[in-house]
Ligand binder design. Structure first.
Ligand code: SER
Length: 389
């Protein structure tokens, strides 16, 4: 419903809904995976193609486990980073600009979804005073809640090269103590969660790192769907929403380990990685030894390794594809179409990794037996264990 409400809202602002592009970008050598909603529109931004329409809205499947945007180490440990997530977005290709982007975002968050204004914060790029003024004129945010940050937080780029520009981000305080908020927490503490990024695309960064102004100015917004769902349900964790609960429950059922086993990290990592693997395999990626395939292999192995913490020695990740299809299949029918292919690929890869891991564990025992108590594992053995097993 939340996904649909976002789309409906922007349709009332003359945006056209378009489908998510694949998570595997087939014609952009600068990316291994689609890492933002704007990727498929890059040719429009840099003026290589004419957009068929000037305003669009969608929910884009994104993967952030490699390259400039890589959230892997946060996944499962915190409540709101994922290898795979949906980004709700709306775009202007040389049409409306900052004023509309800002006022519509505010309208949707505070009038349609009725988020508490006393929990919202806004950041702007330190050189972009215009956005600060627009926030004051076109929203009723308390001006003290508009904060300036540098390029690290408020200048968005999709990769080393490509379209980019200053951005203004909306953050939501998820903490318990509403009177205890402070500007210091924004972009620092987990309770202050970025929920929506409005990027004002006006440059293209070239291979030499130079910023070239684009012929037209564009808007690229991205709102973390799972984070919004959590917030709108009054939850501080994305895993406590109906995007994840059915998958976590199924993991409990299959493994027999209760949900908070080891702080809940293994269940969360497995649920997250299942989504990344299933969607990338559905879109044509395969585990392998290099490039994109190697990222899949590493993610699958990471999930399987957390499976071992739940004492799962036999393949089991593939058994979770069914429940994922129930949760996501309506919005993304491609995983229904490819269900049995996804299951087969995951099962075969799990099986071969389990064999490798067993051999690795035997080797690890042999290495340990060779060295004195409190000794050091030789670098050569450590490397072999890490690299091969
Ligand atoms: N491209 C921006 C982002 O990924 C906004 O969509 O955050």
């Amino acid at each position: 419903d939340i996904r649909q409400q976002f789309i409906d809202f922007f349709e009332t602002k003359s945006h056209e809904f378009i489908r998510s592009s694949a998570v595997v970008p087939h014609d952009d050598p600068t990316l291994l995976f689609t890492n933002a909603g704007m990727n498929q529109f890059k040719p429009y931004f840099i003026g290589l193609q004419e957009p068929p329409t000037k305003r669009v809205v969608n929910s884009q499947k994104c993967i952030r486990v490699s390259g400039k945007h890589n959230d892997l180490e946060e996944v499962g440990v915190d409540d709101y980073h994922h290898t795979f997530f949906e980004m709700l977005g709306n775009w202007s290709f040389g049409d409306f600009y900052k004023k509309e982007a800002i006022s519509w975002a505010w309208e949707l968050l505070t009038e349609v979804w009725k988020l508490d204004k006393k929990r919202l914060w806004v950041t702007i790029y330190h050189e972009d005073d215009e956005s600060g003024e627009l926030w004051k004129e076109h929203s009723d945010i308390d001006p003290q809640r508009i904060l300036k940050f540098g390029a690290k937080d408020n200048f968005w780029e999709m990769g080393e090269t490509g379209p980019c520009g200053p951005c203004t981000e909306i953050h939501y305080y998820t903490g318990e103590n509403i009177d205890d908020q402070s500007a210091e927490g924004v972009n620092l503490l987990a309770e202050y969660r970025e929920i929506w990024n409005l990027v004002f695309i006006q440059y293209n960064r070239n291979k030499n790192g130079e910023l070239n102004p684009l012929p037209k100015k564009h808007v690229d917004t991205g709102a973390g769907f799972e984070r919004l769902v959590a917030i709108l349900n009054g939850k501080s964790s994305n895993y406590e929403t109906d995007l994840f609960i059915p998958i976590l429950d199924e993991i409990v059922k299959i493994t027999g380990k209760e949900i908070l086993f080891e702080g809940g990290v293994p269940h969360r990592v497995i649920a997250d990685h299942l989504r990344m693997l299933s969607f990338s395999i559905a879109d044509g990626a395969m585990p392998g030894n290099e490039g994109r395939g190697y990222v899949l292999r590493r993610v699958l192995r990471r999930a399987a390794r957390f499976g071992r913490k739940l004492e799962m020695k036999e393949p089991f990740l593939y058994k979770l594809v069914s429940i994922l299809c129930q949760v996501m299949g309506e919005a993304f029918p491609e995983i229904l179409d490819k269900k049995s292919h996804i299951e087969k690929v995951i099962e075969a890869e799990e099986k071969s990794f389990n064999d490798t891991l067993d051999r690795g564990l035997e080797m690890f025992d042999r290495v340990l037996n060779k060295i004195p108590k409190n000794g050091t594992i030789p670098g050569e053995d450590a490397f072999k264990l890490y690299d091969t097993y």
